[in-house]
Design a protein around this ligand. Structure first.
Ligand SMILES: [Zn+2]
Length: 525
């Protein structure tokens, strides 16, 4: 599921101009600096289980036993439960299984998982906003069932079935009740979007996805796999320790302990969609093979918890660990001045490419920058000095592609003022970056307008008064788009459940628009 799509961490940071601003203490410049003050770097391990087989009854027992193995060791796992799996446990009267799982963190893994149409299938031709509604319509009921059956007020995370990923699903999480501490979380593995093999913010959600070298697992059914798998965890932990700490992602499906073949491949492969009456349970493994796999898994767990500095976390811990300091502390004048400098810093080609920015322990997506400069410049055009700290609420990216750039980039002050007030009204009401900003009758790209906002802000801060006019950017790119995968035949088609040759290029176009919202998730604790 992984690919070598991402630009390396080193190269990505070379692309970021500037360094931490002066007012921030040097020892706070590293996002992980606080970890080293109070002891060795912390290695978090998130163990997540896609709990999805609603056909083979032995899977219920596998869930219970797995939950028990973790509980015995004081380890909390994250069980992402499929809606139909939760309803099946209820129907079969398996309150014992529900109770065992409830000792852990409960997430969500789609309503029916592999019954067609899967999320990417039904979203393939949708736009952003209608796609969010369609995701809520199809998946919201299952999320409510999982909450009801497990007696939890919110689900700790969501992750897609197979490769059936979508940007609309991430934006919909709050609406379907997947927001621990009010914060949507996304946990899965795939290559659609990722940021340097670390957790990241995308569409206002914390994402643990495309973790590259930091995702690992042991092959359960091969006795020879145990020692290499243990060594692999130690090696990743050592690498992260040198970086000052980090997160390791490990995933399984409870059904892997008991089946010979995935339950959904038996029924729904290549777009097949038999009616419920014809759903078949997958073939089951002999009991001794299941036994051996559990035994090996226990050894694997015992090794992981013996690695120095390792702590098991769940999806429910992510909002505190990765709390966005920008929202909590607000944004200072010094940070705004630095952001304006970076936005207006044209490269050798003379063109501007907007990127996420990191200043000290805060990260700023391009959408954050758009909101911040609309707030600050909105005050300036209203005849007031900006008041700091600024508190951005967070925006989604634009819902459609930008128009062409204006050939005449100059704006007189009244035209700029009126456009800024209109943009401020738009973001307040829509909570997203507008796809187009109107200068009178003419639509201009929001990226070009962000350049004008930053330059008006900078001129005001330097001169103490508003300028006579400002310049729009020209063909301003969104550099963060490099973290969004190109559409390829394998990206969605690689999952055996999707029809052969299935592709969803429009989903990736929408994903690229949401690159406006992408930024690293830095540790707050
Ligand atoms: Zn799954």
């Amino acid at each position: 599921m992984k690919s070598s799509l991402l630009i390396s961490a080193a190269l990505a940071f070379l692309l970021l101009p500037g360094i931490a601003v002066q007012t921030i203490a040097a020892d706070d410049a590293s996002p992980n600096a606080s970890l080293t003050k109070n002891g060795p770097p912390r290695i978090d391990v998130i163990l997540w289980f896609d709990t999805e087989d609603y056909l083979l009854p032995a899977d219920d027992d596998a869930c219970k036993r797995l939950a028990g193995i973790l509980t015995q060791r004081g380890i909390h796992g994250t069980f992402k439960v499929v809606g139909e799996k939760a309803r099946t446990l209820e129907r079969r009267g398996r309150q014992d299984v529900i109770d065992a799982l409830k000792k852990h963190t409960i997430g969500y893994h789609a309503n029916f998982h592999s019954v067609h149409p899967t999320p990417s299938e039904y979203l393939a031709d949708c736009g952003f906003l209608d796609g969010i509604n369609e995701f809520v319509r199809r998946e919201g009921g299952g999320a409510a069932d999982v909450r009801r059956i497990f007696g939890v007020p919110t689900l700790a995370c969501y992750g897609q079935p197979g490769s059936s990923w979508s940007p609309q699903g991430i934006a919909a999480l709050r609406q379907i009740g997947v927001a621990p501490a009010g914060q949507p979380c996304y946990i899965d593995e795939g290559s659609h979007v990722g940021l340097d093999e670390k957790p990241f913010w995308y569409e206002g959600a914390i994402n643990v996805y495309h973790m590259g070298h930091n995702v690992t697992r042991m092959e359960l059914h091969d006795p020879a796999a145990v020692e290499p798998a243990k060594a692999k965890v130690s090696e990743i932990a050592e690498h992260l320790r040198q970086e000052g700490g980090g997160l390791i992602s490990i995933f399984y499906h409870p059904c892997e302990w008991v089946h010979e073949q995935f339950w959904d491949g038996v029924n729904f492969a290549h777009g097949r969609n038999p009616p419920r009456e014809e759903w078949k349970a997958p073939p089951q493994l002999p009991a001794e093979e299941t036994e051996g796999a559990f035994h090996r898994f226990e050894q694997y767990l015992d090794h992981i918890r013996s690695v120095p500095g390792v702590r098991f976390i769940t999806a429910a811990d992510l909002p505190a660990i990765y709390a966005d300091v920008m929202h909590k502390d607000g944004v200072s004048r010094e940070e705004m001045d630095e952001l304006a400098k970076r936005i207006l810093n044209t490269g050798p080609s003379g063109q501007v490419a907007m990127d996420y920015q990191v200043i000290g322990r805060k990260s700023f997506s391009v959408a954050d920058q758009f909101e911040l400069f609309t707030l600050a410049t909105g005050q300036i055009v209203s005849g007031k000095a900006p008041v700091f700290p600024l508190f951005p609420g967070g925006l989604l990216g634009p819902d459609s592609a930008a128009p062409a750039s204006r050939t005449d980039t100059h704006l007189n002050w009244p035209a700029f003022r009126d456009a800024t007030l209109d943009v401020r009204d738009f973001i307040t009401k829509e909570r997203s970056v507008p796809a187009r900003v109107f200068i009178g009758a003419e639509p201009v790209p929001p990226g070009d307008f962000l350049v004008a906002l930053a330059s008006a802000y900078q001129e005001y801060q330097n001169a103490g008064k508003a300028p006579d006019g400002v310049s729009l950017g020209m063909a301003t790119g969104i550099a963060a788009e490099r973290y969004i995968a190109k559409d390829t035949p394998q990206l969605f088609g690689g999952w055996v459940i999707h029809p052969q040759g299935f592709r969803a290029p429009k989903i990736m176009e929408i994903a690229r628009l949401q690159a406006w919202t992408l930024k690293p998730a830095l540790r707050a604790e």
